[in-house]
Design a protein around this ligand. Structure first.
Ligand code: G
Ligand code: MN
Length: 436
């Protein structure tokens, strides 16, 4: 039962404490969220990342005082912010969790810091109708691996935190290294591949489903391995990123070489490239320079940039600024794999885009009486409202192509229409001959 008298008494004590601290000035305890400071170098770097979560926060909110949980989170955030060591960073994530960056590379010492912060935050107290409330915290701690990228590091910290929760909470769990050994091929192997010109962009056409004509090609980086396997970038991009010359010299050349036959000539079509967050917001990054270079060498109005669904855009303001400039030059922007991951309605709201590539999961289930058709037709309406072209990905059957066309989706890409192949193969079939 709420003990109103005790609550009032405690509130009185807290007010008195505030008055004393404020030395006579009226102290207003605002429910201000903790100050936001950027966490870590966004692209990774050395140090320690900790994800902290208040245990049993759901149990805090009762029907009578629904904001106790919010106030507790603010109080916990205040304590964490005040105990954060110099050079550290802190962010409150949307999930209500706290992401903490420590520049400390000695994991034992970093863990001591996290334990101290956790202990202090556990005694943060707020008043509620039913008395004072405090909660323990759980923490997941990981070593930041250079080049790993922020989102992957957070995912690892999240898995580590889940372990702490599964063990009952009120504890810290630590992941010392990457949970799985890196599958990235050794640097020498990729350097040999570059020397042997075994890296190239393949292309896959995108067709207008109404008349069967090619509207564009998507450029897809491939490694033709000596054993005959053709690998996509997931299998070697981590290694490639450690070879700075590759990004600066090799990629623009390969990209221009693959796209040129399609984007020039008497009836040019577009070439689309997959771009990540740093290519748009990371001034000075290799990816950013890569983009600048291909823009100098290919006609901008024949270029499409697909923001991939895993692209973490750290500086939305910068990305938007760059996108506006690109669009002013005639470059079109697409959201890749729309409907999954970060390629969502919020991104569509925020970024000025010209094309939406509908993820293949919505195409795959067509014709089986599922919910895909309703989702796709609402996307058609959405696209019309925003003056956006829709491209369906993963078209694997004629039935799917027909259904898509019937729904009003004008463009399609997929194995049934054309597989990714070396640019020369497709150029001889769909590109117009060079003029004169
Ligand atoms: O995420 P993005 O849309 O950029 O994916 C391109 C990848 O999808 C390429 O690696 C390509 O091989 C693959 N892909 C292209 N068409 C199809 C298809 O019809 N079905 C499936 N499963 N994958 C496809
Ligand atoms: Mn793509």
């Amino acid at each position: 039962m709420p003990d109103i008298a005790a609550t009032l008494l405690l509130t009185g004590i807290a007010a008195l404490g505030g008055w004393l601290i404020g030395r006579g000035k009226m102290v207003v305890r605002s429910a201000r969220p903790p100050e936001l400071r950027p966490v870590a170098p966004p692209t990774g770097g050395e140090g320690t990342l900790a994800l902290l979560d208040v245990d049993d926060l759901k149990g805090v909110n009762s029907a009578r005082d629904f904001d106790t949980g919010d106030r507790l989170l603010n109080a916990v955030g205040d304590v964490l912010r005040r105990t954060l060591p110099a050079g550290g960073g802190m962010e409150r994530l949307e999930s209500g969790r706290f992401l903490i960056w420590l520049p400390e590379t000695d994991l034992t010492r970093a863990c001591e810091t996290v334990e101290r912060m956790r202990a202090l935050a556990s005694v943060a107290v707020v008043e509620s109708m039913s008395g004072t409330v405090s909660r323990s915290l759980s923490a997941g701690v990981v070593t930041a691996v250079p080049d790993e990228g922020r989102s992957r590091a957070i995912l690892r910290a999240d898995a580590t935190l889940a372990r702490a929760k599964a063990l009952g909470g009120n504890r810290m769990e630590v992941t010392r290294a990457l949970p799985v050994p890196s599958l990235a091929p050794p640097r020498a192997e990729i350097e040999a591949a570059i020397a042997a010109r075994a890296l190239e962009f393949h292309v896959q056409p995108i067709f207008d489903l109404r008349d069967g004509r090619a509207a564009g090609v998507e450029a897809l980086l491939r490694w033709n391995r000596p054993d005959g396997a053709i690998l996509g970038p997931a299998g070697f991009l981590d290694t490639l990123k450690r070879i700075p010359e590759a990004g600066a010299d090799l990629f623009p050349d390969l990209a221009v070489e693959a796209a040129a036959p399609f984007v020039t000539g008497t009836a040019p079509i577009y070439a689309t490239f997959n771009v990540t967050g740093t290519m748009l917001d990371g001034r000075g990054s290799a990816g950013y320079r890569w983009l600048s270079q291909i823009l100098d060498r290919l006609p901008p109005d024949r270029l499409v940039l697909e923001i991939v669904e895993t692209a973490v855009i750290v500086r939305s303001d910068r990305a938007i600024e760059r996108i506006e400039k690109l669009r002013a030059q005639g470059v079109r922007i697409a959201l890749d794999d729309f409907g999954t991951g970060l390629s969502n309605l919020e991104r569509l709201r925020r970024l000025p885009v010209d094309i939406v590539k509908v993820d293949r999961v919505f195409v795959d289930g067509l014709g089986r009486g599922g919910r895909e058709e309703a989702i796709l037709s609402s996307l058609v309406a959405l696209a019309q409202g925003l003056n956006i072209d829709l491209v369906a990905e993963g078209v694997e059957t004629q039935l799917q192509a027909d259904t898509l066309r019937g729904l009003g989706i004008h463009f399609g890409q997929g194995f049934h229409l054309g597989r990714p192949a070396p640019a020369a193969d497709w150029a001889s079939r769909i590109a117009a001959p060079p003029s004169a």
